[in-house]
Design a protein around this ligand. Structure first.
Ligand code: AMP
Ligand code: MN
Ligand code: ZN
Length: 893
């Protein structure tokens, strides 16, 4: 590269005047040695690919690595290369103005933090690239508005299922969106309305097939679930109290994984740990395909699945025009047939598949099930017992890439066409191409499952260890729990932190207000936050603080429909921000002092299997304790110790006095502060408590992170780094042998228990009208879909808001932080919008209509390359971060 550019330089300098062509060529070069972006990208991708290949060729963590490590030459080589790499990364990070202490590599335990640094820097760099691409795209954008406002162009994402990967295909190929202009909102048809309220997710299950442990009464007893304080025939205050007391008994159940017990006691039968004979898939053309959109068909399918030893599953999802995201399609493949289920149509009935999905004797094969597991719970109350995740297998095999299209190529020699991955899956009727696409996603999975099991055994000299490990990893995936994005007063800080911009007080206040506005509106209107107001526009408005409403519009290109609609409201928020005294924001101040946050481990309420969803939407869920530490100790092995000053301070702190379910009473007068009071308050707020960063946790910035989540990538890596000694491994082998025998006995016992449980389940089924019976009934009743005789028309149990609040409190075990400004009090917001049809008087706007009007105004030539890119990115991806490395970038997972 250097050489070519030098050559050119010398020729040019000699002939500058007489050879205008050469001059032009030089001028038109993007950068030395590269004619244009394509050339540069091609070169870059080639380099990345060979690096990836090389790294895949390194000795594997574990035995292999340990062995190599015993050679001093290898050790030295690793050290020096490692240093070089870290230095290089450090420089890149510095160049982008990121924290870059990656090289202080004295201690191994710093790995998580370092990994975090890398992830953060990637976020920053990609975000920046996104914004620049956006700007470059700006001109096009105006003629290209169908993809609703404010998408950022796709960022190159390294993700397991980002199938085109970085090696092939152009952007437009990777992310082509088949977009219908006017897709009816499927939400309108949902019998049970979506619960966007700012309360934690409670499982939707109310009947538990294949139970070893019965479903807690909270779920099985309709009365408890439905009970609301207002139903009690006592004075309101007392009713609330009684309700809280009663619900309190169920808190633990409400947030547990309904199949935790069954999964904990799941043992993989011997047969599945021995070498399989791969069973070739049937050619797609010769395979029967059924499209399932009625209850009868679904019931029949469930019956069929229950007879099989295994089947493959995948989902398609939409996340742009919905707050939480919607599962639009389920694909199922058996060895003989393919099925496509219209989950928009059958949303309320999908739960009947639990009979097959939770049957421990039936293997469910997925590829990269992390999101699927959460979507199944969130939308259908479906759980998976006995999962095999091909993606996990691919990782265990250390294949060069783990995407489905790579596996397809590798095992089936099928070139997949992934153009529709990001299509708008709400479209009905589904175009032929999309059906074919969806079908191919599961059609080959069982064969790949066979092949990979065989290889896992082969690569481990016939020993089942590695295969067992994949089963365990898969089980961890199926133990994941869906966690709803929760808005807290500090959510915005998490997002702001990622922007790596320092805001002054006015800007930060505006950002906070916009963030709250966006969150509230997105929940109310059931739109993604990215649809309401994309983050980069929110930042632009906060930075510019436009004096006029028109200025807000000018910050957005194209203007999101809801921004246009509520521009006056937004203008008021900006004005409010501008009224802040102009001071250096506390964030900036903290940075200066060299402080950063370190997160403490898991949030107990949600257990270790949650991935938290930091993200664009950046809602931390429940607040984990945080400790602020000096950056200098980031990579230190020693636990952070308070210094004397801090100890003094913390001893000054009053101990937390929280009683469970005690409400934070806001004095009535406080609700309506006078202008002067507000100002005074904001001034006080703007003075940072100089000791704040030393305080243990109160008022610490909300932040939750999957870093300590055992299912997360980082955890896995750090585990791998903790090298095991050979003896240790030997010992483990012996223990394993013993426990294997025990396990056999246990398995026998379990299967007895299971038969018993099955019987009792059958009995319980007899009590309610059986699903099949319902199906027949409903056939007569003109396709009337009953969820279950007794459950029809029921709404999701909504935990009382107070209860949730106090549950949070009890978790945090920290004193309620000083009342700060509350942008929105959800208690006062009209929650009716969540539990049924929209309030009739809400004529303010119809987002759908808006979007259409908006589209009409602007031409969208058909077939034009659209920004689909940015399209359907769901907030639900955020969670994917643990799995996929890049946490906060879209399209991220
Ligand atoms: P898949 O498992 O590959 O079929 O993907 C399932 C769903 O995940 C798709 O329907 C998309 O909604 C979503 N998805 C897949 N890939 C991406 C991506 N790169 N960015 C955002 N969303 C994605
Ligand atoms: Mn999938
Ligand atoms: Zn798929």
């Amino acid at each position: 590269m250097m050489k070519t550019s030098k050559k050119k330089e010398s020729t040019n300098s000699g002939s500058r005047d007489d050879n205008p062509d050469a001059n032009r060529a030089e001028e038109s070069e993007l950068c030395p040695g590269f004619q244009d972006v394509d050339a540069f990208v091609k070169y870059g991708l080639g380099a990345v690919l060979s690096a990836t290949k090389a790294s895949a060729g390194l000795p594997q963590a574990g035995d292999e690595y340990d062995f190599y490590r015993s050679f001093p030459g290898f050790q030295e080589f690793c050290e020096s290369q490692g240093d070089k790499l870290l230095h290089c990364m450090s420089q890149i990070m510095q160049h982008h103005g990121c924290r870059s202490h990656i090289r202080d590599r004295n201690k191994l335990t710093g790995l998580e933090e370092r990994f975090d640094l890398v992830v953060d820097s990637n976020d920053v760099i990609l975000e920046r690239a996104g914004i620049l691409l956006d700007e470059a795209d700006g001109v096009n954008r105006t003629q290209n508005p169908v993809m609703p406002a404010g998408f950022q162009p796709p960022k190159i994402v390294v993700s397991s299922w980002n199938r085109k990967g970085s090696s092939s295909g152009s952007r437009s190929e990777t992310f082509r969106l088949l977009h219908a202009k006017n897709v009816a909102r499927p939400q309108l048809k949902f019998k049970e309305k979506v619960d966007n309220s700012n309360t934690p997710f409670v499982p939707k299950i109310f009947i538990k097939p294949n139970a070893l442990k019965p479903l807690p009464s909270y779920f099985s007893n309709k009365q408890i679930r439905k009970e609301r304080p207002e139903d009690l025939d006592v004075p309101a205050a007392l009713a609330d109290f009684i309700h809280q007391q009663r619900t309190q008994e169920h808190v633990e159940d409400m947030f547990a994984h309904p199949y935790q017990y069954e999964l904990d006691h799941l043992t993989i039968p011997e047969k599945l740990l021995s070498k399989p004979e791969p069973q070739m898939y049937k050619p797609m053309a010769e395979t029967k395909l059924s499209f399932i959109d009625s209850l009868e068909e679904l019931v029949a399918l469930n019956g069929k699945l229950c007879q099989l030893p295994e089947f493959a599953v995948d989902l398609e999802h939409h996340s742009y025009r919905s707050f939480l995201g919607i599962t639009c399609l389920m694909q199922i493949s058996t060895r003989e047939e393919d099925f496509i289920i219209d989950t928009l149509e059958l949303r309320g009935e999908m739960h009947i598949l639990n009979e097959a999905f939770t049957d421990p004797t039936i293997v469910k094969v997925f590829h990269g099930a992390d999101s699927d597991i959460e979507w199944l719970q969130r939308d259908f109350g479906l759980y998976v017992v006995n999962l095999f995740d091909n993606h996990q297998a691919s990782r265990a095999l250390n294949l060069a890439r783990h995407s489905l299209d790579h596996l397809l190529k590798n095992f089936c020699n099928v070139n997949s066409d992934k153009r529709y991955q990001l299509a708008d899956w709400r479209i009905r009727p589904l175009p032929e191409e999309m059906i074919e696409y969806a079908r191919a996603d599961t059609h080959y999975l069982l064969y790949i499952y066979d092949c990979m099991r065989a290889q896992l055994l082969e690569s481990n000299h016939g020993q089942p260890g590695l295969l067992q490990c994949v089963w365990n990893k898969s089980k961890d995936v199926s133990l994941k729990k869906y966690v709803k994005p929760i808005f807290t007063e500090e959510s915005y800080l998490e997002l702001q932190r990622k922007q790596k911009r320092s805001f002054n007080t006015q800007q930060l206040t505006t950002f906070r207000l916009l963030y709250a506005w966006r969150d509230k509106l997105a929940r109310q209107e059931d739109e993604s936050t990215g649809y309401v107001l994309p983050t980069h526009m929110m930042i632009k408005i906060s930075e510019e603080l436009p004096k006029e409403p028109q200025g807000i519009i000018a910050c957005c290109n194209p203007v999101p429909p809801l921004v246009r609609q509520q521009v006056n409201e937004l203008h008021l928020l900006v004005q409010q921000g501008r009224e802040m005294p102009l001071l250096k924001a506390e964030m900036a101040a903290q940075k200066k002092k060299g402080l950063t946050t370190i997160k403490k481990a898991e949030v107990p309420l949600f257990g270790p299997h949650d991935t938290s969803r930091g993200s664009e939407s950046g809602h931390p869920q429940l607040v984990a304790d945080e400790v602020l530490v000096k950056q200098g100790v980031l990579f230190s092995e020693e636990d952070y110790k308070m210094d004397v000053d801090e100890q003094k301070i913390s001893s000054l702190l009053a101990p937390a006095k929280i009683t469970l379910f005690q409400e934070l009473e806001t004095p009535a007068g406080q609700r309506s502060l006078s202008v002067a009071q507000t100002k005074a308050r904001s001034i006080i707020e703007s003075f940072e408590n100089p000791f704040r960063m030393y305080l243990p946790s109160s008022g610490a910035h909300v932040n939750k992170n999957a870093k300590f989540d055992p299912s997360s990538k980082i955890f896995e890596i750090s585990k791998r780094w903790k090298l095991q000694s050979a003896e240790q491994q030997q010992k483990e082998m012996e223990v394993k042998k013993k426990s294997k025998e025990e396990a056999k006995q246990k398995a026998r016992k379990l299967s007895e228990e299971r038969t018993k449980a099955k019987q009792s389940y059958q009995e319980s089924l007899r009590n309610i009208a059986s699903v099949r019976q319902q199906a027949t009934n409903s056939k007569d009743g003109g396709r009337k879909k009953a969820r279950s005789g007794c459950e029809d028309g029921e709404t999701t149990p909504k935990p009382s808001k107070k209860l949730m609040k106090s549950a949070e409190k009890s978790q945090k075990t920290e004193p309620p932080s000083e009342e700060t400004f509350k942008p929105f009090d959800y208690a006062q917001s009209d929650l009716k919008v969540f539990d049924g049809s929209k309030a009739k008087d809400n004529t303010q706007f119809d987002p759908n209509r808006q979007a259409q009007d908006f589209r009409k105004k602007q031409k969208f030539p058909q077939g034009q390359k659209n920004n689909l890119s940015s399209g359907n990115r769901s907030m639900s991806y955020m969670k994917g971060k643990s799995e996929r490395g890049f946490r906060h970038n879209w399209p991220k997972r």
